[in-house]
Design a protein around this ligand. Structure first.
Ligand code: DLZ
Length: 299
């Protein structure tokens, strides 16, 4: 199991070691846990990532003053200013540190070199691609074209759930879904939502399911029992069928609170649940067939 890479550089004297540690500390490197033995001591500096790279053809820098170690950074200009500032101060004493101007490289990056002690040249570089080296995230799109939806909506508290349904339909149709690609299933109450959602998911006719209902704590004696089962059942159906189920079941203290979440003061949770369903279908498709080519290793 490979754990990490350590580049070891010999500091010829305590003064050289002090210069190097001062330089890297000034640049913002995190100091690691130092060590000391009878014959030697070490002052590690840590980087979040490292790799070992073999190059065929032209090297990243010219042979003259070529850095043996390349350090990828963000905010290259700011770092260059810090390095130049450090060099200006230190040069007076030791007359050695050299920090080059920033130059374009032949590999779509910009770089400067620094030689804090004679013979040790470090290259600091930043890719022109702002995503280089960053984790690439897969995110869903919000286009509902070519997607099929099931909506399970409870009739209990229909004055609310009808509004949630309108919100969900509005989101789906405005995002490009076709009317005949939406199946609506009405069930008596929230308790029945998971079973109906599971039937739809198992039918293979929908890509995602939007669940809509309202549970009013004040008016539901066994509110906790129903709520727990509804949320568990919807989650279980989603996980076992791998069909995304979005959760648009409101749980409110009063009818007024529910109305606020069904198109009045606090948006329409049906609309939001429908958008979540679209996004999750897209995520599922992208995870199944990733098209992202920009990986951490690419330039
Ligand atoms: C019975 C009941 C109660 C008391 N409250 C609600 C509610 O607030 N929201 C809702 O959607 N459904 C409620 N129900 C109905 C149950 O969900 C279920 O439909 C019936 O118990 C029949 O199985």
């Amino acid at each position: 199991m490979i754990k990490g890479i350590t580049l070891v550089r010999a500091a010829s004297t305590p003064a050289v070691l002090e210069t190097l540690t001062g330089f890297f500390a000034a640049l913002g490197f995190e100091a690691g846990k130092g060590w000391k033995l009878d014959q030697s001591s070490g002052a590690p500096f840590l980087a979040p990532l490292g790799n070992l790279e073999f190059v065929l053809g032209e090297l990243p820098a010219s042979a003259k003053n070529s850095p043996e170690i390349l350090i990828e950074v963000t905010s290259l200009d700011a770092l260059h200013a810090v390095a130049a500032g450090w060099a200006a101060k230190t040069q007076n004493a030791a007359k050695t540190p050299i920090v080059s101007p920033i130059q374009a490289t032949h590999w779509k990056s910009r770089m400067f070199t620094a030689e804090p002690v004679p013979g040790m040249v470090y290259g600091f570089w930043e890719s022109e691609n702002p995503y280089h080296g960053k984790p690439v995230a897969i995110e869903g799109d919000l286009s509902a074209e070519d997607m099929r939806f099931g909506i399970v909506v409870a009739r209990w508290n229909a004055v609310i759930t009808d509004r949630l349904l309108q919100g969900a339909l509005d989101a789906l149709l405005r995002s490009g879904a076709k009317k005949d690609a939406i199946q609506i299933v009405r069930v008596p109450g929230a308790w029945e939502i998971p079973a109906a959602a599971r039937l739809l998911a198992d039918s293979g006719q929908v890509d995602a399911i939007v669940t809509l209902g309202v549970l009013l704590r004040g008016e539901t004696a066994h509110y906790e029992a129903i709520y727990t089962e509804v949320s568990r059942g919807i989650g279980q159906s989603q996980q076992e069928t791998r069909v995304p189920h979005s959760f648009g079941v409101l749980t409110c203290e009063t009818l007024e609170q529910a109305l606020d979440r069904a198109g009045l003061k606090m948006g329409n949770k049906g609309f939001e649940a429908a958008l979540a369903a679209i996004e999750m279908i897209s995520v599922k498709r992208k995870v199944a067939t990733p098209t992202v080519t920009d990986t951490a290793a690419s330039r």
